[in-house]
Design a protein. Structure first.
Length: 302
């Protein structure tokens, strides 16, 4: 039987990209086939599978209906991993023999013990780890290209210059999320002032899932700046992500979407403003901040 690993795709585009990179690197390390399971999206219809918009078809296999259990059972693996494996694991994967189920519960970065990663295993998690990705990023960025670019997308990309700044403001679900740290106007004010000092007449392009919240937040900033909203351009998520990758200057949110766009950026001399606190759970020690320090020209604001 051909050796393989299965990586579950979950969440939005930023999470999918991190899971893709993890799977690509691990399958190369283990010299085995890479399979992505998309069962998650049958129940989580608020999200869509979007990495298929990029030219990666010849590098992976995508299958569905591999995970047979309700996803609420996964959390039990944090407390009883051995029990979960022996009692449950044989019921969810029906064609291939799985040796083990490996669950990453929001480790920043995830454990990198090589003994943990083995062939013929099912990997479920978010797998956010820039140190794990770093050596392969140049190669992966080159292959991570959109299959098609609309005329509108090409036109927008052509207008991005050195004086343009991408600013990501995450509202919506984040405002009601007990774990997510809310970035206030003070954070964005400091980020804006940073680029005002660096760039003559900068233009700020706002990426947001909540325009009303973004407008309210920016009104509290007493700075006269040129602002344009990307949402007015009526683009898909994967198109907005591709555009964000083109900016040489970014003010990112505590979101996987803009964090991933910052390290998957097309440019070499990128300047990035990043929040220090990403999650309310990690106020004393923020593991994601430790990852961000590894990005060249990253400026962290408390």
């Amino acid at each position: 039987m051909k050796n393989f690993i299965v990586v579950s795709l979950t969440g939005g585009l930023g999470d999918q990209i991190n899971q893709y990179i993890f799977g690509r690197i691990l399958s190369e390390k283990l010299s085995c086939e890479l399979i992505f399971d998309t069962t998650y999206y049958k129940k989580r219809t608020q999200f869509k599978i979007q990495i298929t918009k990029f030219k990666i078809d010849n590098l992976i296999k995508i299958k569905t209906n591999l995970f047979k259990l309700p996803y609420r059972f996964i959390q039990y693996n944090r407390f009883w991993p051995i029990f979960f494996f022996y009692i449950v694991i044989g019921r969810f994967f029906f064609k291939k023999k799985i040796d083990y189920f490996i669950y990453d519960h929001w480790h920043y970065p995830f454990k990198q013990n090589n003994n943990q990663f083995k062939k013929n295993c099912y990997y479920f998690g978010y797998w956010h780890s820039l140190p794990f990705f770093k050596k392969k990023l140049t190669k992966i960025k080159k292959e991570f290209v959109l299959k098609e670019e609309s005329k509108n997308l090409k036109k927008i990309k052509s207008k991005i210059t050195k004086s343009c700044v991408a600013m990501h403001i995450r509202g919506g679900d984040f405002l009601n999320n007990g774990h997510a740290a809310i970035l206030d106007s003070d954070y964005y004010s400091k980020g804006i002032n940073y680029f005002i000092k660096k760039i003559k007449t900068p233009i700020f392009y706002v990426f947001t899932n909540d325009k009303i919240y973004s407008e309210t937040l920016l009104k509290n900033i007493k700075i006269n700046i040129n602002i344009k909203y990307i949402s007015k351009l009526i683009l898909k998520d994967f198109e907005e992500f591709e555009i964000m990758r083109c900016f040489k200057n970014l003010i990112i949110a505590n979101s996987t979407f803009s964090w991933t766009a910052s390290y998957m950026n097309h440019n070499h001399d990128v300047k990035i403003i990043s929040p220090k606190i990403w999650d309310n759970k990690y106020k004393k020690y923020d593991p994601k901040f430790e990852l961000d320090k590894r990005i060249k020209n990253m400026t962290v604001i408390k």
